[in-house]
Design a protein around this ligand. Structure first.
Ligand code: TZP
Length: 220
């Protein structure tokens, strides 16, 4: 029986080392955001060296594991395994999800980025248990990811979530005020970078998003 970790994607923080002012700032931001109520963290730093990513990842595992907040690593399945993270997230141009699952084993989380209903439907053809969560976006234009695809908007987000057999976390230019629209479009959560990273009060920024999700979910 698989003991795959449970990841609540409702308030999903994706880290940006530059926006946080460096690796120490990432750890401080994540710590504050946990106080604010984030439910999952993705370590993302495409510009970091492997060693820098491993060092930052280990610091985040040390912070988050005792608090029970899952950490996944963007793109780098090798780093996720090296630091004993809770999982990984891959994009359409990264390691394919079947290979990622083979490396991760059955118990870690695996997310996959999609932007179209076709990509969302294709996930259903993968072997059972390959992917746990889809990241859908960018919903709005974003300055955070320089090579992001064109923004899909909220209506198209709804089409993608309807085509998906998996929970979907929306990403791209999202703020607390978007949560009701995301929920209405079938998203299970919002993944945010600049709404929390680099904010003067990341705990308050995270809390605003967490409260918005609690409210649309009926206070749960
Ligand atoms: N993938 C699609 S958009 C994006 C990623 C990693 C960046 C989202 O950043 P922000 O600052 O929340 O728009």
């Amino acid at each position: 029986m698989s003991a795959r970790i449970r990841l609540d994607p409702s308030v999903y923080l994706v880290t940006d080392t530059q926006q946080c002012g460096g690796p120490t700032g990432v750890v401080a931001t994540v710590g504050a955001a946990v106080d604010g109520g984030i439910t999952a963290v993705q370590l993302r730093d495409p510009a970091a060296s492997t060693r820098e990513l491993v060092d930052l990842g280990r610091a985040l595992v040390a912070l988050l594991r005792p608090l029970g907040v899952p950490l996944v690593v963007d793109d780098r399945v090798d780093v996720a395994l090296a630091i004993d993270a809770d999982g990984a997230h891959v994009g359409q141009r990264d390691l394919d999800p079947v290979s990622a699952r083979r490396l991760l084993g059955p118990d870690r989380h695996l997310g996959l980025s999609v932007s179209t209903p076709e990509e969302a439907r294709a996930v259903a053809d993968l072997p059972a248990g390959t992917v746990d969560l889809l990241g859908v976006g960018p919903v709005r234009p974003t300055l955070t990811k320089t090579d992001a695809r064109a923004a899909i908007g909220f209506a198209r987000l709804g089409v993608v979530t309807a085509a998906s057999a998996f929970p979907c976390v929306a990403i791209g230019g999202l703020r607390a005020a978007d949560v009701a629209a995301l929920h209405a479009a079938g998203a299970a959560g919002s993944a945010v970078v600049s709404a929390v990273c680099g904010r003067p009060d990341p705990a308050a920024a995270a809390r605003e998003i967490a409260r918005a999700w609690a409210s649309v979910r009926g206070g749960s």
